[in-house]
Structures are given as C-alpha cells and as structure tokens.
Ligand binder design. Structure first.
Ligand SMILES: NC(=O)c1ccc[n+]([C@@H]2O[C@H](COP(=O)([O-])OP(=O)(O)OC[C@H]3O[C@@H](n4cnc5c(N)ncnc54)[C@H](O)[C@@H]3O)[C@@H](O)[C@H]2O)c1
Ligand SMILES: N[C@@H](CCO)C(=O)O
Ligand code: NA
Length: 464
C-alpha cells in the first residue's frame, strides 16, 4: 500500500500515471532518527541482516537516512553509507514509509513523529516519556493518517510485553500487572540486598560499573518506571493513563535497615510498577490504581527472583491466569530486537495493505488516587518497653479500621554502640490489606504517641 501513501505521492519524480498499478516490489523506505545506544544497534541490524529482514517482511527495507545531531563523526561500524547521515530530521521524515524514532525526549521527537505520520509514514518508537505524556495525540494522528504506531521497546526493552497485552491478551480480562520496569533500580536494590550496603554507596558503585547514569534521577526517583506503568495500564485496562495519573515514589529512601527488615520477613524489596483493577462501589463499579513504589515481596513470588538489571512483568488475567515475562529491559542490542520486531510488523502491514490496532480506550475507567489503593504495610516502631504499650499501638490500628496480621517484638537493652538503654522494644507490625489512606493515617497517629520513640520504617508489602 505504501506506493499510494502521501509520502510516496509527494516523492514521485516521474510524471504521475493515475492508472498505473502500485509497484509491489519497491523497497519500503526506512528513516532512522537517532544513532545513539539503541539507534546504532538498529542501524547495524538493518544493514547486516537486510536479506533476512526482507524475506520475513516480503519487501526490502531500504534505509533512506539516519538523522544525527552532529555530522562528521566516524560511524563506520554501523555499515551505513556515510551519505545517508543527515542533521535535518524534519526533512528526512517527509520521505519515508517507516520512521524509527530513537532520539528520546519530548521535543523535537513529538513534532517529528506527527510530521512523519502526516506524510504517510508508520512510526516505531522506544520513547516511553513521550508516550506517557502524549500517547492519545500520537494515536489520534496515526488514526487520522491511517498509519501504525508501534512501541514495544518503550516498556521493558527486549521483553515482549506491549504486543502480548495489546494483541495476545486482547480476548482476556487483565486484572493486575506488576512489573520490575527499571533495570538500574533493580540492580541497586539487588546489590544492597547482597552486600548490606546503603543506597548512596550502592548507586556510586552502579555508576562506576555503568549500570546507573551520571544523573540517575529518572531511574532512582521512579520517573522512568512511572512512564512505563502508564503505558502498561493504558493497554491493560483500555483506559487513557498518563504519567500524571501515576503515584510515584523512588528508592532513595530505602535503607540498609529496610533491606534487613525485608530479609527477616522472608521478602526482598523491589521497585514495582503496579497497575490494578479494583471494585470501587457497591454496585460493582470499577476503577484502576497505577503506582510505582518500593515494596516488599515474598521470596516465593516470581518477581523476587529477578536479579541484577533484569526486568520482568507479572500479569494476572481472568482466563489466562498468571503469566510472567522476563528478560533484558535495556541495552542497545536487546532494545533493538524489540524495535526491529515492530519494524517487521508495520512493514508486513504495508505489504499486506492494512494497519495494526489503534488506541483502545473504550473502558475509560476512573484512575483512583493513591489513598484508595489497597495494600499492606510493614511498620517498624521503636517503643518504650512497659505494660500497656502494645495495647495502645493496637488501638491506633483499630481506630483506623486497619487489621493487624502479625506482631513481632524484640526487647532492646543497649544502643548500637553497646551503651545500656532504658527498656525499649523494636516492634514490627504487618497489616492485612487496607486502603492506603487508612494505613498512612495510622502511621501518622502512631508517630504522635508518647510511647513511640520513632517510626523506624514503613514499607508496603505486595504480591501475597
Ligand atoms: N538505552 C536503552 O537501553 C533503552 C531501552 C528502552 C528504550 N529506550 C529509549 O530509546 C530512545 C533512545 O535511547 P538511547 O539510549 O539510544 O539514547 P541515546 O542518548 O544513546 O541516543 C539518542 C541519540 O539521539 C541523538 N539526537 C538527539 N536529538 C536529535 C535530533 N534532533 N536529531 C537527530 N539526532 C538527535 C543524540 O545525539 C543521541 O545520539 C529513548 O526514547 C529511550 O528512552 C532506550
Ligand atoms: N534506564 C532504564 C532503561 C531504559 O528504560 C533502566 O534502568 O531500566
Ligand atoms: Na518491550
């Protein structure tokens, strides 16, 4: 179908023959925007695997240009004709059937994608930040111009999860998606767990090893995972979810003490992206909760075994039951695998003369505030050790209608440096599931009690 696209029409140099049949052997013109970590790997595969890609697609994929920020750099290893490099991305997107956007960020990526679509190109992108901010605008443009918008690389890198949710599970009802969606934070938490070291020291080590960026804010503060959670929730619940709807807490406050407390509970701490469907009223009306925060999960949960910088997504669906998707969430070649899979998919649509699914937002479920999410809390308190203390603490939970699951107490008689202390106790309370607002109010009220010397840690417990 590409030969009748506006891009092809405007590109024609010979006198147009309105009655001529489309050339069904002409290569599909591919434009690549960005030759960084992922773009370079994509360029290499497009050139080195051209014959296999043509065989799988049914048409050759001809790289017609690579937009870069700076001209003149030696990029010989990509195997790309040097004449194809350009600094004019805006011009390049007007003469392609498929545009691969791998420059990242909002501007100019958004305008380039919209222009590419207006010129008839299908778009493949890995840009989670842009999708979480402007997904509906991009989908509307794709719809208007009859082109594809594919973005498998945007969530969990190489792991096939966007298309499994959008296509393979389209006949099922997804109730919950829990993901380890950020490799940097998983690496840091895993290293803290194995070494007992603190957060700052571990991030510095991750930076030295190349796992964390020089500025790790987007990862450690949970922005990257929140963008991915927004995309997953939109797909899973057929509802528009933007980054602004996602409750976000990063891992900067997770201490070595929290990690040790999790170990004692038979848990590990992970930064989780949680997207879940909940009943919100007595008539069975539903809403969704989308949140990113550190949480304890039991060692027996499949997500607990996800080590180092790996990602995983655990899906609970009505008929399929529990599914686990695991693999590399980042890196040039792994992410390029997801990009190229999308390129082949959209190219096949062009060859067959159709397009893939557009946005599905028909359910339009309300996105609940964090206070309405149901979770469990693990609360550690440093309290005076005298009669009536446990009763007072239990009363606070009861007053907020939060049910206690377990209580553990350890008497402390000396400080960390061995100095004898007045009798006190370390109290660890794990609750049953309750609304986050009630749990949070409970913790605030506990902190006000004169018998509570300190609330030493508060962690959510998920996955059980
Ligand atoms: N790196 C990963 O592991 C990974 C994984 C999944 C998704 N992604 C996503 O893929 C995209 C690319 O990531 P990356 O890691 O390759 O980034 P990168 O910073 O390594 O590469 C981006 C490249 O785009 C170039 N660029 C920026 N503006 C440009 C412009 N206007 N015209 C031409 N070139 C321009 C930059 O010079 C750079 O070379 C991002 O959206 C990112 O979120 C990356
Ligand atoms: N910075 C991300 C990789 C790309 O999303 C991570 O650490 O997982
Ligand atoms: Na993916």
């Amino acid at each position: 179908m590409s030969d009748l696209s506006p891009a092809a029409a405007s590109d024609a140099t010979a006198a147009p023959d309105e009655t001529a049949a489309p050339d069904e052997t002409a290569p599909l013109r591919v434009a690549l925007l960005g030759a960084g970590t992922v773009g370079s790997a994509v360029a290499r595969t497009l050139t080195h695997e051209a014959d296999d890609l043509a065989a799988r697609t049914g048409r050759r994929l001809e790289l017609v240009g690579v937009a870069v920020r700076r001209a003149g750099r030696d990029r010989a290893d990509l195997g790309v004709d040097p004449a194809l490099f350009t600094t004019d991305a805006a011009e390049l997107v007007t003469r392609a059937d498929i545009v691969i956007e791998l420059i990242g960020g909002i501007d100019p990526a958004k305008e380039l994608i919209l222009s590419a679509m207006a010129h008839g190109a299908s778009v493949v992108t890995g840009n989670k930040a842009l999708l979480a901010e402007a997904g509906p605008t991009l989908y509307a443009a794709a719809d208007e111009h009859g082109v594809d918008l594919y973005y498998e690389a945007a969530v969990a890198g190489a792991i096939p999860i966007v298309r499994p949710i959008r296509d393979s599970l389209a006949g099922d009802r997804i109730d919950r998606v829990i993901g380890i969606l950020n490799g940097t934070t998983n690496f840091v938490l895993d290293a803290m767990d194995s070494t007992g070291a603190g957060f700052t020291e571990t991030v510095e080590r991750a930076q030295a090893l190349g796992y964390a960026e020089a500025d790790p804010t987007a990862d450690v503060e949970g922005f990257d995972a929140a963008a991915k959670a927004a995309i997953l929730a939109s797909l899973a619940f057929h509802t528009r979810v933007g980054i602004e709807h996602v409750h976000r807490e990063g891992i900067t406050e997770v201490s070595a003490g929290d990690i040790a407390a999790a170990k004692e509970m038979g848990c590990v701490i992970k930064l989780l992206g949680i997207c879940e469907r909940t009943v919100v009223d007595e008539s069975g009306g539903e809403g969704i909760s989308v949140r990113v925060h550190p949480a304890m999960i039991p060692l027996g949960h499949p997500l607990a075994s996800v080590r180092e910088a790996f990602n995983a997504v655990f899906v609970e669906a009505g008929s399929a039951g529990e599914l686990m998707f695991y693999g590399q969430g980042a890196g040039g070649d792994p992410t390029a695998s997801a990009v190229l899979g999308d390129v082949v998919a959209v190219a096949r649509h062009r060859v067959a003369g159709g397009k893939g699914p557009g946005e599905s937002a028909y359910a339009d479920l309300p996105v609940l505030p964090m206070g309405r999410a149901r979770t469990r809390y693990h609360v550690s308190l440093d309290v005076a050790d005298r009669s009536g203390v446990l009763a007072k603490v239990a009363q606070v939970f009861a007053a907020h209608e939060v049910s206690i699951e377990t209580v553990r107490q350890q008497v402390v008689t000396e400080d960390e440096d061995g100095t004898p202390t007045p009798p006190r106790a370390a109290l660890v309370i794990v609750t049953h599931s309750a609304e986050d607002a009630a749990l949070s109010a409970t913790v605030d009220a506990l902190a006000e009690l004169d018998i509570v010397r300190e609330v030493t840690s508060v962690l959510r417990v998920e996955g059980s």
